[in-house]
Structure formats: structure tokens, C-alpha cells
Design a protein around this ligand. Structure first.
Ligand SMILES: C[S@@+](CC[C@H](N)C(=O)[O-])C[C@H]1O[C@@H](n2cnc3c(N)ncnc32)[C@H](O)[C@@H]1O
Length: 236
């Protein structure tokens, strides 16, 4: 069974128009604005451009990309999160499977992947697959844990086993220990450059006072939680 199915209540939370779901508040309030800013810098008229959210979880960012004007596809390996995404996504957004995705090489203008790649062990193969799905000049934006945030939080109940600073576990729910690969910005840069991409954006957005006044996080918030990077696939 896919381990992420057990976190469907965390990552498959329901979208309501008038409230930010608490379980995704840090993602939505801290990571999303940076990701959206990066996408808007590259595409000022997203209408009809194709976007893929790789590792879409419960589909919340698919909704956002749809609102921004993209034709959106979501993809996730967890069957239960795919079911949750189908409840959250608006009409017109598709959630696809790996066979259908493999047939869409070179078709996406933008691919987002939010808090996914640190959970992927065979990163070379996955990076190659993601990049093959982009059009020439296409944009990949991804967010992972900032390595300094992991270091700061290593040993608290959520992040354990990072004695080597590289690999450990995230345990958001008791008993569900998800293996994490703690990679730096330069490691991701090297990987994506090997597949013909150029880094064009990097950001480490800090928690804001306003956010911390509203939400309580189960970890230290001194260091930025997210490392956000964007890569452009080299043109024809
Ligand atoms: C922390 S959740 C983030 C979900 C969503 N992107 C968000 O921001 O809420 C990680 C997601 O990555 C997915 N995932 C993990 N490994 C994957 C892989 N190799 N391919 C596709 N999705 C994967 C999981 O199923 C899960 O939905």
C-alpha cells in the first residue's frame, strides 16, 4: 500500500472557498506566493497554457493553477490522495495516471512539484521523467524542505533520524514515518542541469509574523521551511 494513503486526512483536506485549510496553511501562505510569483514572472498570459502539478496530493494547487488560467493536469502516486483531489478540483481539471502521463512527453508549459521531490529516492530517473514532459523553454518550479530547516528541527518528534544530515523521516502522524532525502539547492541544480535545464529562480521564504500570529506549527519556525527553485528547459 502507498504510505501516503495514510496521510489523506493531512494532504487531502477539503477546499472551502472562504477558509484556508489549517493542514495546508504553511504551504498556502508561505510557499505558494513565491511559486506563483515565479510563474507569473515567466507567463504573463497563462490562458490555455498547459500545467502539470506533479505529486498533486489533494489537488489544492491544481485549483490555484486553474484559477490562474492554465489548462491543468494533476498527477499523484497515492490512490487515496487522487480520490481526494478529484473532490477538490474544479471542472476542467484532470487527474491522470502514470500511463497517460508517459504519453504526454514535451507537452507541458509549466510543471509544479510542491513538497514532493525530497520524498523521491530515485531522483535522477524522476527528474528525467519530469523534464521529458516539459516543452522546450518550459518551466519547472519545485519546493522542498530547506536543508537548514531540517537541521534546525532534527530530533523533534516530526523529523527524526537525520544524524547524517541527509536521510531521515517525517512523522506528521504517529506511526507513519515517511523517508526524506535532504538535498541542497546545488544538488537539485546539478541534477536538473544534467537534463538540459537552467536555474532561473531560488527563494527561501520566511515565516511571517502575521502567519505565526494565526497558526501554530509543530516545529521551530526560525529558519525558512521551504526551498523553492525554478528551472527552464533549454529551447530547441
Ligand atoms: C507532502 S505531500 C504534498 C502534496 C501536494 N503537492 C501539496 O503541496 O499539498 C507529497 C505528495 O507527493 C506524492 N508523491 C511522493 N512520491 C511521488 C512520486 N514518485 N510520484 C508522484 N507523486 C509522489 C505523495 O503521494 C504526496 O501526495
Amino acid at each position: 500500500m502507498n504510505q501516503w494513503n495514510q496521510l489523506t486526512d493531512v494532504f487531502g483536506c477539503r477546499w472551502s472557498e472562504d477558509a484556508i485549510p489549517e493542514c495546508a496553511a504553511d504551504n498556502i501562505c508561505i510557499a505558494w506566493p513565491s511559486i506563483i510569483n515565479c510563474i507569473e514572472k515567466v507567463f504573463d498570459k497563462p490562458a490555455r497554457l498547459k500545467a502539470l502539478d506533479f505529486g498533486c496530493g489533494g489537488g489544492l494547487f491544481c485549483r490555484k493553477l486553474h484559477e490562474m488560467g492554465f489548462a491543468v493536469t494533476g498527477y499523484d502516486e497515492s490512490e487515496d490522495l487522487v480520490k481526494a483531489a478529484r473532490v477538490n478540483i474544479p471542472e476542467g481539471v484532470t487527474v491522470t495516471d502514470s500511463a497517460a502521463l508517459a504519453a504526454r512527453r514535451g507537452q507541458y508549459d509549466v510543471i509544479t512539484s510542491i513538497m514532493v521531490l525530497q520524498f523521491v529516492h530515485d531522483i535522477e530517473a524522476t527528474a528525467e521523467k519530469i523534464i521529458s514532459l516539459l516543452k522546450p523553454d518550459g518551466l519547472l518550479v519545485h519546493a522542498v524542505f530547506n536543508p537548514e530547516f531540517i537541521e534546525e528541527n532534527s530530533g523533534n518528534p516530526v523529523f527524526t533520524g537525520f544524524e547524517d544530515g541527509r536521510t531521515g523521516y517525517m512523522e506528521l502522524k504517529k506511526g507513519v514515518r515517511i523517508p526524506v532525502c535532504n538535498r541542497t539547492d546545488s544538488e537539485y541544480r546539478d541534477i536538473f542541469e544534467r537534463f538540459g535545464c537552467k536555474e532561473i529562480y531560488r527563494d527561501l521564504p520566511h515565516f511571517t509574523t502575521e502567519f505565526l500570529g494565526k497558526y501554530t506549527m509543530p516545529f521551530s519556525t526560525e529558519k525558512p521551511e521551504y526551498l523553492i527553485q525554478a528551472f527552464r528547459k533549454e529551447g530547441r
